[in-house]
Write a protein that binds this ligand. Structure first.
Ligand code: CLR
Length: 424
């Protein structure tokens, strides 16, 4: 890398205006995969995702706990297990966090996790990820397991701002996890984060503040994040408290269980509100032992032109050889095609057809504003906003008053059942 490209990168960071596509990064900080691929991180521990389906009354009797609480603990464990994939995997495979490709509207990424269990109780799990908006960038996804009638769906977008040394990122969106055989659902919010180490050539993610999990059975979890030197001096630390419901969470003494440790390493769990001891208490999750299961993706030459790896192939190859002009030319080609498409749509007064997801406006769609909507119900239970505010903003927070929009992206399973072009 030349000093000039580094200087221009620092300058572009200094003049950063909130639009990530305007960050002109030198080739070595570019990743050759696009954000639509990131949806796979939700399910690389597919056994843990499906685990609540296999908890029995007998297990509950043995533990002397309600079965719904055991399922909540299983959901929390699965959620904690996703964090290493979500936030550390580029550092492990690419050496540092990198700038992902900015997906184009309609870009998709699909694949499946094959059942690797001995008793074949998991069945096949598929991933559908789709770029449903380009400005601002929003990716929607669904992880579907037909055998166990389980669906995880959600969407995410970010707003970023630069401080003197770090890039601060607020996440928008949420995930909904539905166990249809159990008639039990969960709402999961997405934590804020910042990118550290940019000036030291070594960008990495640090999670901050809190995220929440609300179960339809009432159980409510608060997960609090810290980086180096806050609770424990260790990176990727978290503390999670599980309560019987939101009301009871106002006093930490009411916690039924407390979990603490590092989400990228080991965490321990204990009953009650005191912090478990890392040496004496029961291990909750150990990310260094439980390896993620890779998604199976079709070879590129069998992919549809809208599939991420196929669409970005030329750009990805240029990034691999680190040639700035090649990258620039390949990107421009793709971007010009997109501009053409948008122009034609405008001329024809048409709009790009979202494949598997619908934008649902909770304000207009009165029939959705009813007792049966999972998102509304769980948000109410957890005192969370249903507006388009950063994920996890509470209903009574002043931040909830700034915004009127109430639209969210939802999976439409029939659209995939009728899908003719895209093979998994
Ligand atoms: C996307 C949604 C995933 C979780 C996730 C993980 C890492 C985040 C990414 C999201 C959004 C884009 C992101 C990335 C880390 C770095 C990258 C914030 C939230 C930015 C755009 C890169 C900036 C460039 C630096 C490397 C200099 O479920």
């Amino acid at each position: 890398m030349s000093a000039a490209t580094w200087t221009s990168f620092i300058k572009s960071i200094a003049s950063y205006n909130g639009d990530l596509s305007s960050l002109t990064a030198p080739p070595f900080i570019l990743s050759s995969s696009s954000l639509t691929e990131f949806s796979q991180y939700w399910s690389e521990h597919v056994d843990l995702l499906l685990e609540p389906n296999f908890i029995t009354e007998e297990d509950a009797n043995k533990k002397k706990e309600p079965i719904e609480l055991l399922r909540m603990l299983a959901v929390v464990k699965w959620f904690i297990s996703t964090l290493k994939s979500q936030y550390c995997s580029r550092n492990e495979t690419l050496g540092s966090e990198k700038k992902p490709l900015n997906p184009f509207l309609g870009e998709i990424f699909v694949g499946k996790w094959i059942d690797s269990s001995n008793d074949q109780k998991l069945g096949e799990t598929i991933l559908l990820s789709e770029q449903v908006s380009h400005h601002p960038p929003i990716t929607a996804y669904a992880v579907e397991n037909k055998k166990n009638n389980t669906i995880l769906e959600g969407y995410n977008g970010i707003r970023a701002s630069m401080s003197t040394t770090a890039l601060n990122v607020k996440q928008f969106g949420h995930a909904l996890l539905e166990f249809r055989n159990l008639n039990e659902n969960y709402l999961i919010t997405l934590p804020p984060l910042h990118i550290e180490g940019i000036l030291a050539f070594n960008p990495y993610v640090e999670l901050e503040q809190k995220s929440f999990i609300q179960s339809s059975a009432g159980y409510y979890a608060i997960i609090e994040y810290s980086g180096k030197g806050y609770f424990s001096g260790k990176k990727n630390s978290f503390k999670c408290r599980i309560f019987s419901n939101f009301e009871n969470s106002k006093k930490k003494e009411n916690a039924l269980y407390t979990i603490s440790g590092q989400w990228s390493e080991k965490s321990t769990i204990a009953k009650g509100h005191s912090t478990p001891s890392s040496s004496k208490d029961e291990i909750f999750f150990d990310a260094s032992i439980e390896k993620p299961q890779q998604l199976t993706v079709k070879p590129i030459d069998e992919q549809h032109p809208l599939e991420s790896q196929k669409a970005w192939l030329e750009v990805a190859n240029a990034i691999k050889v680190g040639d700035y002009d090649l990258i620039h030319n390949a990107k421009s080609k793709l971007e010009n095609n997109q501009r053409e498409l948008r122009k034609k749509e405008e001329e024809n007064n048409s709009k790009w057809n979202r494949r598997w997801f619908d934008e649902v406006d909770y304000k207009i769609d009165e029939n959705l504003n009813n007792e049966n909507d999972i998102f509304i119900n769980l948000s109410k239970m957890a005192n969370l906003s249903i507006k388009n505010v950063p994920s996890g903003v509470e209903a009574d927070s002043s931040k909830n008053k700034e915004v009127e929009l109430m639209s969210h992206w939802r999976f439409v399973p029939e659209n995939f059942d009728n899908e003719k072009e895209i093979k998994i």
